[in-house]
Design a protein around this ligand. Sequence first.
Ligand code: MN
Length: 309
Amino acid sequence: MSLPYPDPRWPRASAWLAGECEKAPAGRLAVLGAPLRLGSITPGDCHLAPQAIRSALERFSTCEVAAGCDVRRLEAADHGDLELAEKRPEEALEPLSRAVSHALETAEALVLLGGDNSITRPGCHGLADALDLCGLLTLDAHFDLRDLDNGLTNGNAVRALLADGLPGVQIAQIGIQSFANSQAYMEVAKQAGIRAVAVDEVRERGIRAVVEDALRSLSQAVEVIYVDLDLDVLDQAFAPATPGARPGGLTPHEVRQAARLCGLHPKVRVLDLVEIDPSRDIRDATARAAAACLLSFASGVLGRIEASE
Ligand SMILES: [Mn+2]
């Protein structure tokens, strides 16, 4: 889509994702579309989200005002979309984990554009051959710990990772919502040693303190951290395109701040953005919230590189 009044002094984030950056970039951020949809408990069109997020970037610039930086100091490498729309989560494990591992060979970090939340398991396997080296931080209204009896879904990605050998003490979950989870699965989280932070605690302590705590404790135990950002952690008013969002969730500003803090952390290598069904979106609000998170994560990655220069 072409926009009116192109202004060379107002570079668009979409152009940055398409390859425009400074001549000598400080580092590289990879982006990969993982349009998996057959894992969704609520059938929908999550496979359209990677393109919706890319389009939403047309509405953003590359300048992060709060940090005083421009993400064009980073090179973006968009690897396009994998062909996953007709695949079951079980079938996506091999191609998706391989593509994640490949993209990470030449980039500081990777943003995975879902797809539904069932991409998180292949994503973690792609990040770490040995899951005992891996930490998982979820920003999600749900535990995603449903039973595995009926196959893999967007509601049991974390349960599947536990079954694969990811220790529960290496999992932190932020933004868990009341009346959106069951007591049985809350008990699974407790038994596994997962550190779960309800949205109420985020409200009391602030998103910065909660995210920094989680990253600090995970990083003491693991070599690399995978961040799963399910947009349903947002209040339903801000995430109409997610089937799982409920009233009482986080604000777009809070998830952006979380994404930036994750980008800043040297052990965070992957951020996924999942559960957006663009066919249910209202004025692209959810796709834009996700695009903003991608940019905030990128500014964090730039900050981490600059801190080490
Ligand atoms: Mn989820």
